[in-house]
Design a protein around this ligand. Structure first.
Ligand code: GAL
Length: 670
């Protein structure tokens, strides 16, 4: 990110698709971009057919002009490899490049994303184009960043994919006997006698083998990553100094973003909060924290967001005035160094005609564009935030493999959702202004006073051992239900559960018991009651104290929440799904155990508080005007005014409070 923001400051801009417009509009675009403070545009994402109108032809003339225009206006270009949407000629001439769904149906061109990740012809054609693109623009002054493909997530069940899956499995297992054992193929007579028999998990009469499904998910993510790497390597070879990214989609199931983030220079994300969902602010904060985690704590880039309504939900609410700014500044506060949109100018045609943009159909003289322009300009006041970290003493563990394994069919319940579970544990920390890092299983936890594992259904031995060592060494560990259940082959860890975490948790379970609809009554040891739902477990304390018990039914009097003093630290186990207020109470207790506090005491409801570098961001997501006490002499960077002990935030308002550093006598640099 540093190479991007140095000399440019915070990045502001969006996807720019000039190929949809006649050239005379481009000049107006450039002028409006300058007026709005745009300094980065993503160009070319969907331009394969424009650059290569027929096989092996090249038309770069229009793109030369666009890049020259951007350079002349001091606007950097995030140049996309246009490989997300191949032209119709590719699928027409080589139908084997088109993806096949699990029922064996080919998906056709006429939309986008229609390629098979394992197709050698697609790979060859994509790399030839990327090579020419990189050769042509390697030393162009506008080139700032490479944007590989777009929102990777394609899945294909064709024969070429099946062959690639077999090759991947051979590398993983070596021989068929090992695969048969890992997949447990003695079950239902699934034993393979020849590699050639193995196919992708195509549509079958009944439940699939869970180990096959898990390996399939791993393979699909790896196959796409392999393609990403191939494009990236072409770019790196030609422009070693230009960073490479590809845009994630938050907690998006098909790609293991931990593995992907290691392979890119800058982490970027596309994020479209639903203005109609009251959980959007918290879900968004969590997603931003995940991006910061993926970036290893370094700044990341919000590659796409909407200025107003999207067009892909069934009913698309617009953003009310001020929300565009609030959401953008939320990303900045949580570690983004760039705030970009999809897209610059609203399309007149195509499937996204009704998607909002920075310049709406009604033109630049509009309420919406005025907000865009004001926001772009105000970012200059916040330039010093670029590059600064968001310090956190709490970590939440989330892993894609466990998510994949948890959300297969044939489990005790399909109502434990890995993302909902993560969000429900995250919310009370967010509400208190406690910064949280999202980390992968196996992460270095030494910097954290508190580690929360909302669910880790699949856990590797070494990752369980790391959690155990963390608590033993003085950390506070919280583990949610149905964790530690299977190993990386999706096989049950036998014995009392959670088998690999039993020692650290001081608890041992023998039955998972999904609950009937309706609340499950529980009681804290102090006597007050709370509700849980959906899930209970028959667990006994084995050294842990019972902090809460079930109040009714077969489990009455049995532990629902346990706390185990372990080594120099402690470990909590939550054997049910407590409601919001109970999770908030639990968060309070574990934060006290860990000695961690929010950035600002007494935060009014609806106000998000997060510190980035030395700036305290206060964001009002609530419907009321609130007065937030702010200690010490400080200034609001957004208004340029002193805070005088408090800030007043109307709905959707934001303050960026920086403590004033007093000059010491003799200090000439104040
Ligand atoms: C993203 C995509 C963009 C555009 C946008 C609309 O998923 O990368 O190309 O389709 O959504 O919200």
């Amino acid at each position: 990110m540093h190479t991007l923001t140095e000399g440019r400051g915070l990045l502001f801009g969006g996807d720019y698709n000039p190929e949809q417009w006649p050239e005379h509009v481009w000049a107006e675009d450039a002028e409006l971009m300058r007026a709005a403070g745009v300094n980065l545009v993503t160009v070319g994402v969907f331009s394969w057919a424009r650059i290569e109108p027929e096989p092996d032809a090249r038309d770069f003339a229009w793109l030369d002009k666009v890049l020259d225009l951007m350079a002349a206006n001091g606007i950097g270009v995030d140049l996309a490899t246009p490989t997300a949407s191949p032209p119709p000629w590719l699928g027409h001439r080589w139908p084997q490049t088109l993806p096949v769904d699990e029922s064996g149906h080919r998906l056709w061109y006429g939309s986008r994303n229609q390629f098979c990740p394992s197709s050698p012809i697609y790979r060859e054609r994509a790399l030839a184009l990327v090579t020419d693109l990189a050769d042509r623009y390697a030393s162009h002054p506008a080139l700032a960043l490479w944007h590989v493909g777009n929102e990777y997530g394609q899945i294909c069940h064709c024969d070429e994919s099946a062959a690639a899956f077999r090759t991947w499995l051979q590398a993983r297992y070596g021989d068929l006997a090992t695969l048969n054992e890992a997949w447990g193929t003695t079950f239902w007579s699934q034993r393979y006698s020849d590699w050639a028999e193995i196919v992708t998990p195509r549509r079958a009469p009944y439940l699939h083998n869970p180990a096959q499904l898990l390996d399939w998910r791993r393979f699909c993510s790896d196959a796409l990553l392999d393609h990403f790497r191939a494009e990236r390597d072409v770019l790196r070879e030609r422009t070693p100094g230009t960073p490479v990214t590809t845009n994630f989609m938050g907690l998006f199931k098909p790609v293991d973003s931990w593995a992907w983030a290691r392979e890119e220079d800058v982490v970027s994300n596309d994020w479209y909060p639903d203005p109609g969902d009251p959980l959007s602010p918290a879900r968004t904060a969590l997603t931003h924290d995940l991006m910061r985690g993926l970036a290893g704590g370094r700044p990341w880039l919000l590659m796409e967001q909407a200025t107003g309504a999207v067009n892909w939900r069934p009913h698309n609410l617009p953003k009310p005035p001020g929300l565009l700014r609030l959401e953008s500044l939320q990303a900045l506060a949580r570690g983004a160094d760039g705030l970009c949109y999809f897209q610059w100018r609203a399309s007149r045609f195509g499937a996204e005609r009704f998607h909002s943009a920075m310049v709406p159909h009604a033109g630049a003289d509009t309420r919406l564009h005025a907000e865009v322009r004001a926001h772009g300009r105000e970012l200059r006041r916040l330039a010093s935030v670029a590059g600064t970290p968001v310090p956190a003493r709490v970590a939440m563990v989330f892993g894609w493999e466990s998510w994949w394994a948890l959300e297969e069919r044939g489990l005790p319940s399909d109502r434990i959702d890995a993302v909902d579970q993560l969000l429900s544990y995250y919310v009370p920390f967010w509400e208190r202004g406690v910064a949280v890092d999202v980390v992968p299983p196996g992460a270095d936890l030494s910097a954290y006073a508190l580690v929360v594992v909302p669910n880790l259904f699949l856990v590797a031995d070494e990752d369980a051992a790391a959690l155990t060592a963390y608590a033993r060494g003085g950390g506070v560990l919280v583990v949610g239900p149905f964790s530690g259940v299977v190993d990386p082959r999706a096989q049950i860890r036998t014995g009392r559960f959670p088998a690999p975490l039993r020692e650290v948790l001081g608890a041992a379970g023998e039955e998972w018991r999904p609950a009937p609809d309706g609340p499950v009554r529980c009681r804290w040891s102090g006597g007050s009651e709370f509700s849980a739902r959906t899930w209970t477990e028959l667990v006994a304390a084995e050294g842990a104290e019972t902090v809460a018990e079930f109040a009714d039914g077969d489990l009455a009097g049995r532990p629902a929440v346990l706390r185990h003093a372990f080594g120099d630290g402690s470990a909590w186990y939550v054997a049910t799904m407590p409601d919001e207020s109970a999770l908030a109470a639990l968060a309070g207790r574990v934060l006290a155990d860990a000695g961690v506090e929010g950035v600002l005491p007494g935060l009014p409801a609806g106000v998000e508080a997060v510190r980035r570098g030395d700036v305290l961001f206060l964001l009002n997501h609530g419907a009321a005007t609130v007065r937030v006490p702010v200690p010490g002499p400080a200034d609001d960077l957004l208004t340029g005014s002193p805070t005088e002990g408090h800030v007043t935030l109307t709905p959707r308002a934001v303050a960026a409070v920086r403590p004033r550093v007093h000059a010491e006598p003799g200090d000439h640099h104040a």
